[in-house]
Design a protein around this ligand. Sequence first.
Ligand SMILES: Cc1ncc(COP(=O)(O)O)c(C=O)c1O
Ligand SMILES: N[C@@H](CCOP(=O)(O)O)C(=O)O
Length: 481
Amino acid sequence: MHYISTRGHNANQTFSQILLGGLAADGGLYLPSKYPKITPAQLDAWRGLSYADLAFEVLSLYCDDIPKEDLKALVQKTYTAQVYCNGRADDRAEDITPIHWLGDEQGTRLGLLSLSNGPTLAFKDMAMQLLGNLFEYTLNKQGQELNILGATSGDTGSAAEYAMRGKKGVRVFMLSPNGKMSPFQVAQMYSLQDENIYNIAIDGVFDDAQDIVKGVSNDHAYKARHKIGTVNSINWARVVAQVVYYFQGYLLATKTSHEKVSFCVPSGNFGNVCAGHIARMMGLPIEKLVVATNENDVLDEFFKTGIYRARKSAETFHTTSPSMDISKASNFERFVYDLVGQDAARTAQMFKDVETKGGFDLSNDPAYKDIAKYGFVSGKSTHANRLDTIRDIHAKYSVLIDTHTADGVKVARENLQKDIPMLVLETALPIKFAETIEEAIGRAPDRPASFVGIEDKPQRVTVMPADLNQVKDFVAKHTGL
Ligand SMILES: Cc1ncc(COP(=O)(O)O)c(C=O)c1O
Ligand SMILES: N[C@@H](CCOP(=O)(O)O)C(=O)O
């Protein structure tokens, strides 16, 4: 597999080098130079595989430098019903990401692809648990250590910390937006007392934290000296691990590989739906990829107008689907690269324009005019919409969904097509956002036993301004390198 950067840097890196390196040296994001193609016959041959075996088939197309038997052992260790049954009380745990069909709406089946039954109750666990095992395996082999610098708006942080706690040779420095996550999310992260975990609450929004992560990665000398890695979806390994559940969702929803399925994805950093885009480019018969945003509607605006206008921190709303409070979607660069015909120089210029001019305008560009061929459509949801949707889904189907999934269901319902099943990606469990659930239905959601009293545990966090140099100093002091 040959990997290249969206901005043109061609470093001849293997999968394992990209895994450890994160962001490309030119500030772009890594992608394979060609997506491997799956035929309907191959897809049919994958029907009935366990999730771990399916993950092996998909990942072995990309992880070229890990011996097959090692990759098999890694996915089997990762994708077990025991790890992915948290909070769920049904008998389909073996599917790892089972579909919860809600019912028939407008002549088609509407379902939830359950992605949030891992250790931290959000879809991030699907890829992050694998990353934890991949990092351990790769570092062990190379006799190296890694200092992970991450940014979170609430879920990546805890998923990464739970996946890396106690892992030899790995430290996690996680930047979170001070005061902008739910109390449950805060408690999940800040109550961890493991020596290799450092929580840093910055005075800013997720985008400020992500800018700092990129700023550190772009200081090549610092990055090399302090052995900095990433776990956000800027890391290719995160995205490719997320591709697997689109295949699983498709296979569970269909009987033959000539059928089509649509997916609706609550979106912020565009990592989740980017994985769907890659699955579609590989040949998975996806009809529509529906991008659902909250009040931070940069992506919806782009798909509707062709204009990408990243918002400043002060223009980013603090909403009741806080994990999607993102106005500068990193992975959007991976899609734009494909959209403009894999023109790296142009992509580099456009994302330079995001930094210097605040965005770019493709509204009159042939690439945007042809965007329908990628299957993307979009919509937006507000606080009032999510309350209504949570209430309605609860009343109609006796199912409780979280605020982000509610944004997805709201927008999915606006994009249903007769006879094409629509799967909404369930990106978190309701307990993570209990206050809003209570506002919607008048009672708090159920709480898995392992999280009882989590908010009362002592918390460990360092608060600092959103300042690149202060973060660098903090990391340097604790790596001792
Ligand atoms: C619960 C939840 N839903 C949706 C999203 C948005 O996903 P993405 O950033 O991959 O677009 C996130 C964060 O990423 C999340 O934590
Ligand atoms: N929503 C995420 C932030 C985006 O993270 P990524 O790791 O998927 O890029 C969060 O909850 O932290």
